[in-house]
Design a protein around this ligand. Structure first.
Ligand code: OAD
Length: 245
């Protein structure tokens, strides 16, 4: 486990791996969501235009999985929220995940750069609302009335990730960047470690295995997030307490 540091501006990036121990599937690897399908067939505006039933069914299955009673935040989500409550410096949690497990754990300074599964948007007028309901092609938009244009409020390939100005600004002044449970294969998130390095931040990857991005990080912790994240954050806190008396 790496040594703690004097961090006062921390950016954490999470990916599907942080929710794996809560029972949600990751994208890549064995039994991943992309194992037998091509992302472009399910996660693009073009796929939604051509095969809306298929695309909506994919997100319905994921929404129902997220809402299953057995799915709950794990120790990594909980440790991140607890750390944020106590930390006196600047903290931003950026997630590529569309699940709401960070919110359920109590995270506040949280940005869903790939949108949220429990929100629905009208592709016609842009109206967006919170919803746990399945989306059907027969549904009409509560704002503009158009039928068949409701879609999950997630970011698809070819669409612009959200909050990028804010995320870039905070990354550009962070002194600790931690990437948890992400394969580092999808940009722009995959490039965050390089931005952090350019500004001299300490960079740490927490993942059960080596990723294509591992060599870009100064430190790698090879352990499940539910184990590694609480330990790592506790060490940072202890160090800060010691430094600040
Ligand atoms: P991936 O499925 O690509 O990667 C998940 C990572 O989590 C892998 O590197 C695993 O080794 C790691 N992992 C699995 N279980 C873990 C655990 N218990 N603790 C720690 N690490 C663990 O998921 P993402 O990197 O999040 O985008 O994928 C990025 C984007 O690609 C997603 O947001 C999604 C996808 O296509 C869109 O749909 C636009």
């Amino acid at each position: 486990m790496p040594n703690p540091c004097r961090s006062s501006r921390i950016v954490v990036l999470t990916g599907a791996g942080v929710s794996a121990e809560s029972g949600l599937a990751t994208f890549r690897g064995a039994s991943g969501l992309w194992e037998n399908v091509r992302p472009k067939d399910l996660a693009t505006p073009e796929a939604f235009a051509k095969r809306p039933l298929k695309v909506l069914a994919f997100y319905t299955a994921r929404r129902r999985a997220l809402l299953a009673s057995a799915v709950a935040p794990n120790a990594a989500h909980i440790a991140l929220a607890a750390f944020e409550r106590r930390f006196r410096g600047e903290f931003l949690l950026v997630t590529q995940n569309v699940d709401d497990l960070h919110e359920r754990a109590g995270s506040q300074k949280l940005r869903h750069m790939h949108g949220e599964l429990l929100r629905t948007r009208c592709a016609n007028c842009g109206h967006e609302f919170a919803s746990t309901a399945d989306i059907s092609t027969a549904d009409s938009c509560p704002a503009c009335g158009r039928v068949g244009r409701l879609r999950p409020a997630v970011v698809w390939f070819g669409e612009m990730p959200l909050f990028m100005d804010e995320i870039s600004a905070v990354l550009g002044r962070c002194d600790l960047f931690i990437a948890i449970g992400t394969s580092g294969q999808v940009y722009p998130a995959a490039g965050f470690v390089e931005i952090a390095r350019r500004v001299g931040a300490r960079t740490v990857e927490i993942n059960i295995e080596k990723t294509t991005a591992s060599s870009l990080f100064q430190e790698s912790v090879r352990s499940p997030a539910s184990n590694a994240v609480p330990i790592f954050l506790e060490r940072i806190e202890c160090d800060l307490l010691r430094l600040n008396g």
